[in-house]
Design a protein around this ligand. Structure first.
Ligand code: WQD
Length: 336
């Protein structure tokens, strides 16, 4: 039985495909390649020894989706595809709603029409917004404060409603905290276009000499050293969480939202120091003003994932910084 993977050549999708193929799962990779490279397929093949089945397609084209579902024996879907730049979502919200929400509605409609009932969805801790308490449990109220977060929250609500309307559906939204790291082989990793928005790819680009110094956004937060604290999670742990979620869907109906995080946070400067110590590379940095929209500190309560999925993180911050650097140092220009 085939698992359709949307956004399969993106950062998290590609690492999931590796993990799934190595566990003998049959995956069909789908991506529109707008934000990723075909070279990812070669990397997946090199690491797993399996040539992945790939279809270039866009979720905004429903007839194409219907065609894909009619000719493949799809049993479940892992849905990663979507835009993910917070700032861009604020300047171009309709593009985000069109792609992330309307594209996902197409997917859900086709799943319903074709009687495919199992879905794992790539959600985000961003759905919670300003923490009322820390760590966030899944019961924490949702209040995303940018269109990107809204699209994730809307998609979650649609999944919940669909599961309520039809008891055959089983769906899990996985709320990721801050995924970093790369495949330990150094053959797959994160490859953002242009200047990275996120901390880890910025650090690796400073390390490789492409960017001069890291700007640390604020050192006056109420945290251990004044810099922002996040729950960083290794992308391989995250990938495994999806494999566990598929197993869960095979035995449970209905909808669940589940945090995927380590359950503790690190500050910006703690991450920089770990990177320097483990990799023996200096990361010059300057303190800059706070970035608009940033929160001081949040991390996951990951007990639900342990209880329902039997999943906990296995890899440490040292693994994350080592593997991020293995990827970037061997591929200074990413996949190109
Ligand atoms: C982490 C920390 C920054 C860059 C965002 C989205 C979220 C999710 C992941 C997914 C913060 C600081 C960062 C830099 C810095 N999206 N920082 N200098 O903001 O927690 O989450 O990405 O697709 O939805 O909101 O992640 O990596 O941008 O920042 O000091 O150049 O690093 O202030 O404290 P964030 P991030």
């Amino acid at each position: 039985m085939t698992i359709l993977v949307t956004g399969a050549t993106g950062f998290i999708g590609s690492h999931f495909c590796v993990q799934a193929l190595q566990q003998g799962l049959d995956v069909l990779l789908l991506d529109n390649l707008e934000n990723s490279s075909l070279k990812v397929l070669d990397a997946i093949e090199q690491v797993t020894g399996v040539k992945p089945n790939f279809i270039e397609a866009d979720l905004r084209d429903k007839s194409q989706l219907t065609q894909i579902f009619s000719v493949n024996k799809i049993d479940s879907v892992v849905h990663f595809a979507g835009y993910k730049a917070v700032g861009e979502s604020a300047t171009n919200p309709l593009m985000y709603y069109r792609n992330n929400v309307a594209g996902s509605i197409n997917l859900l409609e086709v799943m319903k029409e074709q009687a495919v009932h199992k879905l794992v969805f790539s959600s985000s801790a961003t759905v919670y917004g300003e923490p009322v308490f820390n760590p966030y449990t899944e019961e924490h109220r949702k209040l995303p404060f940018n269109p990107y977060g809204q699209t994730k929250s809307m998609m979650e609500d649609m999944m919940a409603d669909l599961c309520k309307s039809d008891s055959q559906f089983s769906m899990v939204a996985l709320r990721y905290f801050n995924p970093i790291g790369a495949h330990p082989s150094g053959k797959l990793g994160e490859d953002p276009k242009g200047i990275p928005n996120n901390l880890m790819p910025y650090i690796t680009k400073v390390a490789v000499g492409e960017l001069a110094e890291l700007g640390v956004f604020g050192d006056d937060y109420d945290t251990v050293d004044g810099t922002g604290v996040r729950d960083y999670i290794h992308v391989m742990d995250l990938a495994e969480g999806h494999v566990k979620a598929i197993e869960y869907l095979n035995n449970h109906k209905g909808y669940e939202a589940i945090n995927l995080g380590a359950g503790h946070g690190y500050s910006v400067l703690q991450l920089v120091k770990a990177f320097e110590d483990v990799n023996q590379v200096k990361i010059p940095y300057v303190i800059k003003p706070r970035r608009e929209g940033d929160l001081a500190a949040y991390w996951a309560d990951a007990t639900k994932a342990e209880k329902l999925l039997g999943w906990t993180t296995q890899l440490t911050i040292n693994d994350m910084v080592r593997d991020s650097w293995a990827w970037q140092s061997r591929n200074p220009k990413g996949y190109n």
